[in-house]
Design a protein around this ligand. Structure first.
Ligand SMILES: Nc1ncnc2c1ncn2[C@@H]1O[C@H](COP(=O)(O)OP(=O)(O)OP(=O)(O)O)[C@@H](O)[C@H]1O
Ligand SMILES: [Mg+2]
Length: 320
């Protein structure tokens, strides 16, 4: 009888949707504090600029060896300030940062920082750009050459060693920058929106590449982004921040198996949940609801809502 079939189809559809919902819930859970000493320990870090902007307030983050942690938040919430403090490029006005138990008091060879600009020497070839910092660290020409070529191969630029930066596309320049950073074998890789200037397709290729290299080496990475989907594709953990004052709203563990695809249904659904929860948290603390995020520039952009209210919103976790 047809109604029996309709009934069965309805239940099976409902069951499927329920399974999906429960499954998706388990893919993004609040991070549990791990046992053992943290590789990077950020304790009650605060920073106020001289113009009295409170860029960071009471930020507590532990990053363990081999974790890929994404700092996610809207423009101005203090992501770069925190990253520069980790790099030792600025001293926060309050709190402590340690890496491997040592207080960070300046830049060090254990930490390499990558920016949105590839920052290559225009007069040097791909190979020379990669060998230069290795030679500066005392490697022989042969050692530096071998190491640079290994990472040029890993970022799929073999055959382009003798080209100059202006002969490369933006994505290729960023791959050189990645090879140069990885060849230095830093203990911690710090990345400030490194793929922000790339088009969607190139960015997606960079995500694939970075994931495959990371799965090989399991470096400790702190990656700043305001792109929710990018954070979910790359991070073991996503630390959601809000601004004025810059603070941590939620520390989430991503349990989606790797390699991850930005168009994966779970990633799209979870990214919507993070954006909605951020939007709700912001709206709850603002008399007039903040403007919604503009339409993404491309299909993988998913930026977090742009404006942060001045009062503290409730934690985002409740809605996730
Ligand atoms: N050198 C500075 N002097 C004064 N204020 C600063 C300085 N650098 C940053 N700020 C302020 O500190 C706050 C945090 O800035 P920060 O650059 O860390 O934000 P962000 O989250 O990295 O933003 P974006 O996503 O736009 O890069 C902002 O309000 C910014 O205006
Ligand atoms: Mg920034």
């Amino acid at each position: 009888m047809p109604w029996v079939h309709i009934g069965r189809a309805m239940w099976s559809d409902l069951g499927q949707r329920l399974r999906e919902r429960l499954g998706a819930k388990r893919l993004l859970v609040p991070s549990v504090r791990r046992a053992g000493p943290a590789k990077i320990a950020v304790k009650r870090v605060a920073h106020t600029f001289r113009n009295e902007v409170v860029a960071l307030k009471d930020v507590d983050i532990d990053v363990h060896h081999g974790e890929f942690v994404c700092l996610l938040g809207p423009s101005g919430c203090g992501k770069s300030t925190l990253l520069y403090a980790l790099a030792g490029l600025m001293t926060p006005s309050g709190g402590h940062i340690t890496v491997d138990g040592e207080e960070v008091s300046g830049p060090g060879p254990d930490r390499v920082l990558m920016f949105q600009e590839a920052a290559l020497f225009p007069w040097q070839t791909v190979l020379q750009n990669c060998t230069f910092p290795l030679r500066a660290r005392g490697l022989s020409r042969r050692e530096a050459d071998g190491r640079a070529r290994e990472f040029i191969y890993l970022v799929q630029l073999s055959g382009f060693e003798d080209l100059l930066p202006h002969q490369l596309s933006g994505g290729m320049r960023m791959r050189v920058s990645l090879a140069r950073a990885l060849a230095l074998d830093p203990s911690v890789l710090l990345m400030d929106e490194p793929f922000g200037a790339l088009d969607a397709q190139t960015r997606s290729q960079m995500h694939e590449l970075l994931q495959s290299i990371w799965m090989r080496d399991r470096k400790t990475v702190v990656f700043v982004t305001h792109n929710v989907r990018e954070a979910l594709v790359l991070g073991d953990r996503v630390i959601v921040m809000a601004g004025r004052p810059g603070r941590v709203l939620q520390d989430l563990e991503v349990r989606i198996p790797r390699p991850r695809d930005p168009d994966d249904e779970d990633i799209v659904a979870l990214s919507r949940r993070i954006r909605d929860a951020l939007g709700r948290a912001q709206a709850a603390s603002s008399e007039t609801p903040p403007p919604l995020a503009k339409e993404p520039r491309d299909e993988t952009a998913d930026p977090v809502p742009a404006r942060i209210p001045d009062r503290s919103p409730p934690p985002v976790g409740a809605g996730l």
